[in-house]
Design a binder for this molecule. Structure first.
Ligand SMILES: *[C@@H]1O[C@H](CO)[C@@H](O)[C@H](O)[C@H]1NC(C)=O
Ligand SMILES: *[C@@H]1O[C@H](CO)[C@@H](O)[C@H](O)[C@H]1NC(C)=O
Ligand SMILES: *[C@@H]1O[C@H](CO)[C@@H](O)[C@H](O)[C@H]1NC(C)=O
Ligand SMILES: *[C@@H]1O[C@H](CO)[C@@H](O)[C@H](O)[C@H]1NC(C)=O
Ligand SMILES: *[C@@H]1O[C@H](CO)[C@@H](O)[C@H](O)[C@H]1NC(C)=O
Ligand SMILES: *[C@@H]1O[C@H](CO)[C@@H](O)[C@H](O)[C@H]1NC(C)=O
Ligand SMILES: *[C@@H]1O[C@H](CO)[C@@H](O)[C@H](O)[C@H]1NC(C)=O
Ligand SMILES: *[C@@H]1O[C@H](CO)[C@@H](O)[C@H](O)[C@H]1NC(C)=O
Length: 669
């Protein structure tokens, strides 16, 4: 009795399971109780994921109880209908595998099955013969050993991976079979599939369509299959999927099934959404876009930064050559000079002479005042010798010399840095009425100072230095009104880089010794000549050449000479001094000026003697009136009238001479 009850209970359960019209519908799998195997799982948002990105893996999902597939009365297989939505998402666009299958299986013990092309259902030995399997494969790989038609097909497999019939995955957009459209199974997009079997005509239909397309009237695959011979009474329904070496995720979004009837349509609006793969790519493209923008911005920053730095670099770019290494200590950094002179602003301009503009500057860190002379010089020829001389001159030390502190070189530009002389140049005091008039005492002090500086240059140092450009405007006054000789050697710069056949005689009109203009050779004697001009300038308070003066007085030497010849040399003195001068000193200075300005270089005293005369250690040599019909007077009358300015301007005469000029530094004295 008791066993009978159990038996009838079993019958009951079986009948219930196989009740006609058995049906289920999953719009998402949150609440589904599926039998899962392999790596299959239900994701938190309700997707059935058969495989994920793991390699050589498989996943199975089955309706938990088997369904009675056979009409107990007729013994024939029952008709069924199912529809589901799947998505195959490969890691890479072009390589993927191996697809999924809708499965009717006698047993869910698929332990014998292999992944990859075996779809998690079969193996090479066909040892699944114990199981009965009918699978509708959605195959994304082409396996020639199974007779696959391509890598994107639908096939019917009966206990073997070799399909009994298959068809390229496609759908028809109208009911008469026209409007054929290919459908890529592994497109990452959801695809709806309908599988219908009718036991009446033994036809198994498979229809596909993108999710946004209603079910096409014409199936993709319609094949004659007599399920009655292929299935057992009870069959499990579900899915299988497998991956090979190329990571591919297989998802089922929804599933509806019904035996002996039409499966309920899926509610597309309630399906779980796929992992943001479609939108992941847009997310990624968004990220990539952002990255590109970032990269561009970064690039722009780098470019502008570089331009800024290069500009800055250019602004402060200097010319530096190997041979200058030894002059390191004498070299100034352009940036420092630039900052010191406030960028060579006009308000810092101290003056502009024949050789360039002079700016006042204050070194930022040390507050040391300097004068920066900007000498434009395009030629690099001779620059080395010139710098050597300049640096060498910079080593001269005398309290009546303007100290050269160093230099800096840029393209086409040379900067000479001197100590700053607060009272400016002497000529301003002598010829500029607005300035304070110098007393005779101050003048005599200046004269003695300049004489001692020149004596030092000529004889007091290891080398003979010819100044070449002695004149009132090159005498600077320090804070104690001491005369300081500046700008020595600069004239030399203009000797270089010129045609070797032509030598430029450089000096200032009115200070040029006749022998210098003749031979083009600067000597200590030509310096003495210029010094003579300077003495007369200081004593007479006028320039050596005064165009506006009456004809006899254009040339200062001529005027003083006339006075001397007439025995009234004091008449030539600066009238502005009045009687505020010492007669002996004035007379001595005027006579000495004449003596130094002698046209015959041999008649000029050396600086050693000049010093002694000024110090009253030696008497003034007697001058004869002979030899004074020199070239100065002649030149003054002929050529100088053309120069329409009373300013002592730089004279640069081209004198043809085959001999190259001697160096400023005459070695071996
Ligand atoms: C089985 O077949 C009989 C006769 O054709 C039919 O009446 C019955 O409804 C069928 N049962 C099912 C479950 O389809
Ligand atoms: C689905 O099956 C249940 C019984 O399990 C039944 O009540 C329901 O009517 C069926 N629905 C459809 C659409 O066949
Ligand atoms: C599955 O089948 C194999 C034999 O094919 C058997 O050894 C194994 O125990 C079965 N597993 C289950 C869970 O029934
Ligand atoms: C297939 O059969 C061979 C021998 O017949 C056996 O060595 C092999 O392991 C089997 N393979 C599978 C996957 O069962
Ligand atoms: C569809 O795909 C097949 C095979 O890949 C190809 O031969 C056919 O031209 C394609 N048809 C369309 C409309 O793209
Ligand atoms: C299967 O497709 C064929 C051809 O379109 C059609 O005649 C038949 O009715 C279909 N069967 C089912 C069960 O939909
Ligand atoms: C299927 O096979 C069974 C048994 O062999 C047969 O009775 C039935 O008529 C067949 N069905 C069709 C549609 O051919
Ligand atoms: C195989 O499928 C094609 C396409 O659906 C169909 O035309 C053909 O009749 C099928 N072959 C068999 C034997 O059913």
């Amino acid at each position: 009795m008791f066993p009978k009850v159990i038996f009838s209970f079993l019958i009951l359960t079986l009948t219930t399971a196989s009740a006609p019209g058995a049906n289920f519908t999953y719009n998402g799998f949150d609440a589904a109780e599926l039998w899962l195997d392999g790596i299959a799982e239900i994701t938190p948002n309700g997707l059935l994921r058969l495989t994920d990105t793991r390699k050589l893996a498989m996943g199975h999902a089955f309706h938990p109880s088997p369904l009675r597939f056979r009409n107990s009365t007729t013994g024939n297989a029952l008709s069924f209908s199912t529809s589901f939505i799947f998505a195959i998402i490969p890691e890479y666009q072009d390589v993927f595998g191996h697809g999924l299958a809708f499965v009717l299986a006698h047993s869910v013990n698929l332990s014998y099955a292999l992944p990859s092309q075996y779809l998690g259902l079969f193996n090479p030995n066909n040892s699944d013969s114990s199981n009965q399997i009918v699978a509708i494969e959605f195959d994304t790989n082409m396996n020639p050993e199974f007779g696959d038609i391509d890598n994107n097909h639908v096939g019917i497999d009966v206990s073997s991976p070799k399909s009994i019939n298959s068809s390229h995955a496609a759908y028809f957009t109208n009911d008469n079979g026209a409007g054929f459209k290919n459908l890529s199974l592994a497109s990452s997009k959801p695809i709806q599939a309908w599988i219908e079997y009718s036991h009446m005509d033994g036809l198994l239909n498979v229809t596909l369509a993108p999710i946004d397309v209603t079910k096409p009237g014409v199936p993709c695959l319609s094949s004659n299959v007599n399920l009655s011979t292929l299935i057992s009474d009870y069959m499990y329904v579900g899915f299988s999927s497998s991956v090979g070496t190329f990571k591919t995720s297989h998802y089922i979004l929804g599933w509806s099934f019904k035996l002996s009837g039409k499966a309920q349509a899926l509610d597309l609006s309630h399906l779980p959404s796929l992992p943001r793969v479609g939108s992941k790519s847009t997310l990624e493209s968004w990220k990539i876009g952002l990255l590109i923008i970032l990269a561009i911005v970064l690039l722009l920053i780098i470019i502008t930064g570089t331009i800024f730095l290069v500009k800055r670099e250019n602004k402060f770019r200097e010319v530096f050559e190997d041979w200058e290494l030894e002059y390191g200590p004498q070299r100034f950094c352009y940036k420092d000079l630039f900052l010191a002179t406030m960028g060579f602003k006009d308000q810092q301009l101290l003056g502009a002479g024949g050789f360039g503009r002079v700016y006042k500057g204050v070194l930022p860190k040390t507050d040391i005042q300097l004068a920066v002379k900007q000498v434009s010089h395009e030629s690099r020829q001779g620059m080395r010798e010139f710098i050597a001389e300049i640096v060498s001159i910079g080593r001269l030390r005398h309290r009546n010399l303007v100290q050269l502190l160093g230099y800096c070189r840029r393209k086409g530009e040379l900067l000479l840095v001197y100590e700053f002389m607060p009272n400016g140049s002497l000529d301003k005091f002598l010829f500029n009425k607005s300035k304070l008039m110098l007393s005779w005492g101050q003048r005599f002090q200046i004269i003695k100072g300049v004489a001692s500086a020149l004596y030092y240059l000529h004889e007091g140092w290891e080398k003979v230095v010819v100044h070449r450009d002695i004149k009132a405007s090159n005498i600077l006054l320090d804070d104690q009104m001491n005369g300081r000789l500046g700008d020595f050697g600069l004239a030399r710069l203009y000797d270089h880089g010129t045609d070797p056949q032509t030598t430029h005689v450089v000096g200032t009109l009115g200070y040029l010794a006749p022998d210098l203009t003749k031979t083009g050779k600067a000597t200590t004697s030509t310096d003495v000549f210029a010094f003579g001009g300077f003495l007369l300038e200081v004593a007479c308070g006028r320039r050596p050449i005064e165009i506006r003066a009456s004809e006899e007085e254009v040339v200062l030497v001529d005027k003083v000479l006339q006075c001397w010849k007439a025995g009234t040399i004091l008449e030539a003195r600066d009238p502005n001094l009045g009687n505020e001068y010492i007669v002996e000193e004035m007379e001595m200075v005027l006579k000495l000026g004449l003596l130094c300005s002698h046209p015959n270089s041999k008649s000029r005293p050396p600086m050693r003697l000049v010093m002694r005369i000024l110090e009253r250690d030696a008497p003034l040599p007697e001058m004869s009136e002979d030899g004074w019909d020199g070239e100065i007077s002649a030149m003054g009358k002929e050529g100088f009238n053309d120069i329409g300015t009373s300013d002592s301007s730089l004279l640069s005469m081209s004198v043809c001479s085959a001999s190259t000029m001697e160096s400023v530094l005459l070695t071996g004295r």
